[in-house]
Design a protein around this ligand. Structure first.
Ligand code: PHE
Length: 452
């Protein structure tokens, strides 16, 4: 613990944690699930989920990290003294490995697409099928797919290697404002296209008839993933926070920024897609096929396509950094490894683990376990099992094992003024964390396993 670092400032923490939260989930997932599930009605439900589950669990994670100044394994060990809870922290570290291995493949595509955009490849896209063929030929190319995964991983490792303050914080201070400016430019471009209002209507028209039990569960599950909860990323970032920083205001701001950026991304994407007369597809098809086609016909599309894929790559990079940091923090804190060694060894291990995911789109497409290829399996295992399980355990642990009296003493450090003036805030957090969040997370867990 000798040379454990801290953030240079609370602002640095907020930017890094917002960087972790804002990722592929915000830029491609949120816009299309909102569009498909009732637009503004879904956004409304989602905001509820964020308030009932997202914010309380985020506060719990950051608080556990800051109180113990440790990675998830160390945090559970110190607060519980029990091997069972310590193992739950270990699940978080495992989730870091697994999420990063497949996340980096899609992030690699984003980076690869920056160069596709620069090379002018999109100008040949005259129909949807040309865009689709182009995408398919790239992902079936082993060198392209594995190559960009490795390059993206190299960037991720470089930032983590440089340390908390000199790498992650400094990188976030540059990347997050750039991301925001690019996004504003894309919003401005989208909104000034003729027919943009149809896209806005798609995203923001409240269609309550589309809200079903299932869309509520989608909103809840997404609230979780988009805030990087359930695997200790926020706990690890919280562990570099100083005791005099206000957790309540910092986490509220992170949640606000994450949601705001997701909405802006939706506005930028759908105003352009609708103005250019394309269909709002879902998933990778929207980002890697429909959007390039949209850019090929849009005035200024060449520049905006480059900007878009730079935006996507930056968003993915700041999230990937937080995933690798969980693994590295574990080896630094618990095994006393020097940071540099932990980054190189476990960076390379995770990079190798990602290769079968990269190959799942070509030579290993038919290698299947439980009917899923490696990529789908890694995605399913982490997003549907490890993260909700981790989140459930964190909420239960803080609320039922650690206990209100102790947790609130630590929460008050840095926010005593606010909590003394408004004691109900702590009580409210407690009710959510103790009863509402675990129950809701458990329901999402059953749902994502297909049990309800
Ligand atoms: N929050 C990130 C996103 O929205 C994903 C992520 C999940 C990052 C878990 C870290 C930990 O893309």
């Amino acid at each position: 613990m000798n040379n454990r670092e801290n953030w240079g400032s609370k602002f640095g923490f907020i930017l890094a944690a917002t960087g972790s939260a804002i990722g592929l989930g915000n830029i491609w997932k949120f816009p299309y699930i909102a569009g498909e599930n009732g637009g503004a009605a879904f956004v409304f439900v989602y905001l509820f989920c964020i308030a009932l589950v997202g914010l309380p669990v985020l506060m719990a994670e950051v608080l556990m990290g800051r109180t113990t100044q440790r990675n998830p394994v160390g945090a559970f060990k110190i607060l519980s003294g029990s091997p069972v809870w310590t193992a739950i922290g270990g699940l978080g570290v495992l989730a870091g490995f697994v999420v990063l291995s497949f996340y980096s493949v899609i992030a690699g595509w984003s980076l690869g697409y920056v160069f596709e955009a620069i090379s002018g490849a999109f100008s040949d896209f005259t129909t949807a099928s040309v865009a689709e063929e182009h995408f398919n030929s790239l992902v079936s190319d082993v060198t392209w797919n594995v190559g960009w995964h490795v390059i993206f991983f190299g960037f991720t490792m470089a930032f983590v290697y440089l340390g908390v303050k000199g790498g992650i914080e400094r990188g976030s201070k540059i990347m997050m404002p750039v991301l925001f400016i690019i996004l504003l430019m894309l919003v401005a471009r989208g909104l000034t296209l003729e027919g943009a209002e149809k896209g806005i209507a798609f995203l923001l028209n409240p269609d309550w008839s589309k809200i079903s039990g299932e869309s509520v569960l989608i909103a809840l599950g997404h609230a979780f993933f988009t805030l990087s909860l359930g695997m200790g990323a926020m706990m690890t970032y919280g562990s570099y926070l100083n005791k005099d920083d206000n957790i309540l205001s910092a986490t509220s701001l992170i949640v606000f920024l994450d949601t705001f950026i997701a909405l802006l991304a939706g506005v930028a994407i759908f105003s352009s897609v609708f103005a250019m007369g394309q269909d709002p597809a879902g998933g990778p098809g929207l980002i890697f096929q429909t959007l390039p086609l949209v850019f090929s016909t849009m005035p200024g599309g060449f520049i905006f396509s480059i900007l878009f894929f730079v935006l996507l790559s930056l968003a993915a990079l700041t999230s990937a950094i937080s995933l690798l940091e969980v693994v590295v923090a574990y080896f630094v804190d618990e095994k006393n490894w020097p940071r540099h060694k932990a980054v190189i060894v476990f960076g390379l291990v995770t990079l190798l683990l990602g290769i079968p995911s990269a190959l799942s789109f070509n030579v290993m497409a038919e290698v299947k376990l439980f009917g899923k290829n490696f990529f789908d399996l890694a995605d399913f295992f982490s997003s549907n099992i490890l993260l909700p399980l981790g989140g459930f355990c964190i909420a239960v642990f803080v609320a039922w094992v650690w206990g209100f009296d102790k947790a609130v003493i630590h929460l008050k450090e840095g926010s005593a003024g606010l909590l003394d003036r408004n004691p109900w805030l702590a009580d409210l957090w407690w009710v959510f964390l103790k009863f509402i969040s675990p129950v809701l997370i458990f329901i999402v867990f059953l749902y994502s396993l297909g049990l309800i």
